[in-house]
Design a binder for this molecule. Structure first.
Ligand code: SAM
Length: 246
């Protein structure tokens, strides 16, 4: 999988992408992530890439041509068959399901806006999909692009120790994950639930499922309602849920 990030702040992106799990995944060749500076395509001696909005108003707007020239270079004059995503608060809100679908693609290009955003004409010209990371506004698309690159990368083969690491997590299915504990067995008077120390894998699995259902019911009843409506709940889950609802 290749992910190219078109940004005015490649150093900001590289700082994140060089560390921890994603840094190791890049070094091992599980994912090829590159950051491309849109300013390198400014095409003027002042390296200017933004200008005042037509019609007036506050802030600056990123001009279309530097972005377009950057896109042409990144896509090797259109020869690369990539899917271009513009990160914008006006896009469709990102979900784990969309992350999973995108992780099955080979070639993604992410466009980060800044200031008041991007000239609409370049969006019309090159963008395949618009994604938002939530109903709030950030100063730039770098954090959203990194969130997208991170969430996709961890689903690629070899990045995490095994697939269970994400298939059992919150939002992969229709439940939130159960609570997690590690050493010590007692901390500030709080004990790890004894079942987790019992060594009985059947009981541990059952306890975790009950906890997942209880948490999801309490924190995200909308997720359970959707799962019930679409028939995704197993018989065991339905039984536990009935007991929980009393
Ligand atoms: N004027 C724009 C609007 O009202 O829709 C917001 C521009 S925002 C200040 C600057 C850039 O940050 C956007 O072009 C986008 O790339 C990024 N951005 C901000 N919030 C975002 C979000 N929730 N999801 C994805 N990208 C976001």
């Amino acid at each position: 999988m290749r992910i190219d990030i078109m940004t005015l702040f490649p150093d900001m992106c590289e700082a994140f992408l060089s560390g921890s799990i994603i840094g190791r995944a890049r070094a091992a060749g599980h994912v090829d992530i590159r950051c491309i500076n849109i300013r390198d395509f400014a095409g003027n001696k002042h390296n200017r890439v933004d200008d005042y909005p037509y019609g007036g108003g506050t802030g600056m707007v990123m001009q279309p041509n530097p972005i377009y020239d950057c896109y042409r270079a990144v896509t090797e004059e259109g020869a690369r068959n990539c899917h271009l995503i513009y990160l914008t608060p006006q896009g469709k809100t990102l979900t784990q399901e969309r992350v999973r679908e995108l992780s099955e693609m080979d070639d993604l290009v992410l466009l980060c806006g800044h200031y008041e955003g991007v000239d609409e004409r370049v969006i019309e010209e090159i963008v395949d999909e618009e994604i938002s990371i939530g109903d709030y506004v950030l100063t730039g698309g770098e954090l959203p692009a990194l969130i997208l690159a991170d969430s996709i990368s961890r689903m690629l083969p070899g990045v995490l120790a095994n697939e269970d690491a994400f298939t059992e997590e919150s939002h992969y299915g229709h439940l939130l994950e159960y609570p997690q504990y590690t050493r010590p067995p007692e901390w500030r008077g709080r004990e790890v639930p004894p079942v987790l120390l019992s060594g009985d894998h059947g009981k541990v699995d059952r306890w975790r499922l009950e906890q997942s259902l209880e948490r999801t019911l309490r924190r995200r009843p909308d997720m359970l309602e959707a799962a019930e409506a679409s028939g995704e709940l197993t018989k065991e889950e339905q039984g536990i849920l009935e007991d929980l609802k009393g």
